[in-house]
Design a protein around this ligand. Structure first.
Ligand code: GLV
Ligand code: GLV
Length: 333
């Protein structure tokens, strides 16, 4: 291979590797056992010559790494994720490195996890499962694990992009009506006038914004207090969108309030007390974890890097390649 492409993790499927190999690339996959690589680990991986890197959302792609990649002759970086809050795109611009992400292929898979968490929280499935396994079930009872009926309830989406809209589609088709206007025909969809309106009126709220300065702790003590006492809150976006300490306190004070979380403020940790809350369903950042999606993310990440190394279009339909996030950036200084 003429080009050296590094992947900081082993990724599902073989298609992404074959795509790179067929196009003159030598692929190196990091074999380190530790889950989260440090900046130093990645500098060592980049080495003296590296044309492109496929990295992960657990890595801090800032000034130091883009400088190292640029010194090694690298022109392309792709996150294997749609979110890129771990990537300093300005630093990449400065060093002339194109940045890609992997939108699209994870939309439905992520929305399905948000819907699953909504249902799991509403019907207390995890709590009930733990009860069964603990051998506590001693017969049917009218009061046993009574939860919320979603049919006809109001679903609120904060961050109605690709994923949030797919979630709303799933939930409203199956269960909800999105607010009624003047007691007339049920309105399936409504653009709320404000976030407060969503917080006040929705029975189930799912968070799908990107994480940046404007969405950090978007859900805090005040916004939680605005929500219905028996509301369900789902987060499959990024942990810091929710003030997790405030959330734990709210869960303690409001036993009927339930939450389904895929992401956490300080991954892989949970804030103290969260693990003890029966009204919380927690899963380890698996929203995009279907086989089809993860192979698709790996393929898109490889195409992103290849696209920059070889020039568009390299393979198949160029519209399937995610546009670079910093495509219109000025040339590096
Ligand atoms: C996963 O969290 C992603 O952003 O793809
Ligand atoms: C419950 O199992 C019922 O039959 O109502």
């Amino acid at each position: 291979g003429k080009y050296r492409v590094v992947s900081t993790k082993s990724m599902p499927g073989t298609r992404w590797i074959n795509l790179l190999i067929e196009q003159d690339c030598r692929v190196e996959i990091c074999t380190q056992k530790k889950t989260i690589l440090s900046v130093e680990d990645i500098i060592a991986l980049i080495g003296d010559k590296c044309d492109g890197v496929i990295g992960q959302l657990t890595e801090d792609w800032g000034e130091t790494l883009f400088a190292a990649l640029s010194r090694a002759g690298g022109k392309a970086f792709s996150n294997m994720a749609v979110g890129y809050n771990n990537v300093d795109v300005n630093a990449a611009n400065k060093h002339g490195v194109a940045v890609g992400n992997t939108p699209g292929v994870l939309t439905e898979t992520t929305a399905e996890l948000a819907a699953s968490l909504s249902l799991a929280a509403a019907r207390r499935i995890v709590e009930a499962d733990q009860f069964m396994r603990a051998g506590l079930y001693d017969g049917w009872l009218p009061h046993l694990f009574v939860g919320n009926l979603l049919k006809g309830q109001t679903v609120g989406v904060i961050g109605a992009g690709r994923i949030g809209s797919a979630y709303a589609r799933m939930m409203t088709t199956s269960y909800g009506e999105f607010l009624k206007a003047n007691g007339e025909q049920p309105v399936t969809w409504k653009r709320a006038a404000s976030m407060d309106e969503v917080l006040r009126e929705a029975d189930v709220i799912s968070l799908h914004p990107i994480l940046d300065k404007t969405t950090y702790h978007l859900i805090n003590k005040e916004s939680l207090a605005t929500m219905k006492k028996e509301a369900i809150l789902v987060n499959c976006s990024r942990g810091p969108v929710v003030d997790e300490v405030a959330l734990v306190e709210h869960l303690k004070q409001n036993p009927m309030f339930r939450v389904g979380l895929d992401v956490f403020e300080d991954e892989p940790y949970m804030k103290p007390g969260l693990a003890d809350m029966k009204n919380a369903v927690v899963v380890p950042h698996i929203a995009s974890a279907s086989k089809w999606t993860r192979e698709g993310m790996a393929t898109l990440a490889a195409l992103n890097v290849l696209g920059k190394i070889k020039g568009y279009p390299v393979w198949g339909d160029p519209n399937r390649v995610a546009p670079f996030l910093n495509e219109n950036a000025p040339p590096p200084a």
